[in-house]
Structures are given as C-alpha cells and as structure tokens.
Write a protein that binds this ligand. Sequence first.
Ligand SMILES: *Cc1c(COP(=O)(O)O)cnc(C)c1O
Length: 388
Amino acid sequence: MAGTMTDRFETLAVHAGAEPDPHTGAVVPAIQMSTTFKQDGVGGLRGGFEYGRSGNPTRLALEEAIATLEGGSHGLAYASGLAATQNVLYLLDPGDRLLMSDDVYGGTWRLADKVWRRYGIETDTIDLRDLDAVATAFAAERPPRMVWIETPSNPLLKVIDISAVARLAAVAGATAVVDNTFATPYLQRPLELGADLVLHSATKYLGGHSDVIGGLIATRSDELAERLRFHQNAAGAVPSPFDCFLIMRGMRTLAVRMERACANALMLALWLVDRPEVERVHYPGLPDHPAAELVERQMRLPGAMLSFELRGGEDAARRFAGAARLFTLAESLGAVESLIELPAPMTHASVADSPLAVPASLVRLSVGIEAADDLSADLEAAFAASAS
Ligand SMILES: *Cc1c(COP(=O)(O)O)cnc(C)c1O
C-alpha cells in the first residue's frame, strides 16, 4: 500500500488494495470483467495477467486487502468459504490425518467427513481447548499433518488458545489453520499468533451485507501460498470480479461495523443472562465465560455472535425464534441486519448424530448494527409472544 505509512487497522481497512487507478484516477478499483489479457508478443504479460481464472485485477486488489488486514504477505480469493476450505485440504495427501476442533462450522465437518474421508484423509475431532489432548494427538504414531481451529466456535462460542495450539502444531511439523470468520481480522489476528493459514467465509462479516458469497485465505508462507495458488487455478473455484468488488466494499467498513455489532452483542448478552426463560448464555464477553482471560488476551473485542439455551427446551426455542420480528429467522451471520436461528435443525443439521451435535434448545443470534434498544425490545416481545 504505497504512500500510507500506518499499521492502524481502521486506516488499512479503508485503503488496503485500493490505490487510485494510475490511468484514470478512479478511487475505487475497477470491476475488470475481461476474461483474457492481450500479450505483447508471446508471454509478454502486462501486470502478470493472462487468463481470468489464474488472475484478475479486481481479485488481486481483494487478495492484497485480505493479506494486509491479516498481517500476511499473500492473499487468495475463492468462490465461497467452503471453496477456500477445499483448497486448504488439497495441501493434504491420502493417508494424512486432519485434527479438527469438535465445534466447527457444519459444512467444514461435512467436507472433511463426507468428501475427503473417501479420498483417504482421516479427520479426528477433539476439544482443542484441552491442550493436553492436543499434545497427545500430536504425539500419536501417525500424527496429524494439519490442525483446524475455529475460534470463537459456532454455535457454542468456545474459545481456543491459538498460540498454544499453533505452537504444538509447529513442533509436530503440522500446518495450523484458523477459520477466522467469526472474529474477523479486526478482533483477532491468527498469523501474528503463530497460525500458518487464516481462512474466511467472506460471505459473513467481511462482505457484511448478506449479498455476496466468497472465501479468502491469507498466509505469511511463500511455500504454502505457492501451493494454494496452484490449486486455486488448477481446481478453478474462483470468485467473479463483481463479487470481489462487493467483498472489498464491505471490508472497508469492517472496523466500524464490528465496533457497533460487538457493543450491541454485549448489551444483549447481559440482558439475556437476567431473563427467567434463559438457562444459559454463551458469549465470550461475559465475565463468567470459561475463557474470559484468554478472550482478553487474544481478541480486541468478544465478537457479535452469541447463543443461549432456553429452559423450555426445543419447543420454546422454535416458538421464540419464530416470534422475533426485527431479528430475521435465517441462516448465515455477520451482516448489518440481526439474524436469529436454531442451529440443531438449521445450520447444524448436517452434524446431527455426529460428535459435533448441538443442544436442541439452543438459539443463535448474529447481532447486527441496529439500535440496541430495538433489538432487546424485539427479543422481549418474542419472549412474550412465545410464552405458553
Ligand atoms: C459460513 C461459514 C463457512 C462456509 O462459508 P461459505 O461462504 O458459506 O462457503 C465456513 N466457516 C464458518 C465459520 C462459516 O460461518
């Protein structure tokens, strides 16, 4: 980012990858739809662009932006978060073991369990908060080649010590991957904590407006970046230039959106703790969260996702989620508008009867940037409407 001498996130978020166009002065990177690029003589590429799957100027701007915001030296963009996940798993070979957090995004588990297992990659899930169990896993005769960390986790908001797990992985020669979708680089910077790769579903907070599907990866490793870049082109799950533009536009306001959403989430978490209908609130910002001290150390703010269990069980949870009005009943998360869902029958249906199954009475909120009092009033009305 020539000319900008800062490491402050808010400034980087606005400017990374977004230098004014040298030819026109346009302050926003152009949406470059061309699928091919004229060569000045055979192999004479201008700016390295050849064919739109292997490289595109709009995508490059986005890739530079995520590398900068994660404190990496390489960025890669994909058609979805799971396409990015798929590309990370291409780093493994048949016979390799993958160690995965036992509370990951359902689609990540499905990809490992239902697809990659058929190709000879064995996935073991453990509670990565248990560092003794992690050390034992890496001491096995056939130790995992990769560890998959998702923190805070979905939907139970467990918090894993990234530096501790990354250190154990490094000693064992394994690749440490962090799915940073929930925290975003504004709250948490896994590469600085020793992770090798950081991955995002850009569909969530980075895009931030529920209008684009995308995935991103950042790394400091030249070797990993080269292998990922090869597979990005070889397997071809690349995002459209228009989607790259939308994700980048979202990323420029990430800092202000996260500040507001996190403040709203903290307020709602404290409010829910006092509700008689609520059995238990899972939010990393509550003083009695089991990892409160780690959250303080590892995250700038505790995030804007929270979940809670209702005393009335699954029926109460279904009635409550259906009664909310301002909170939209929908899957996904991380956008300006607040969403409500039941993980067990919705986002986590694919992990029912697996080690990753979640309580049926659990309600998950993705807290948006609306006025906090309107959000609590909506939940209050939903409690009243769903009381039986
Ligand atoms: C949504 C999500 C994914 C998958 O991303 P897509 O863009 O939907 O493919 C992966 N990890 C987490 C934590 C997610 O929330």
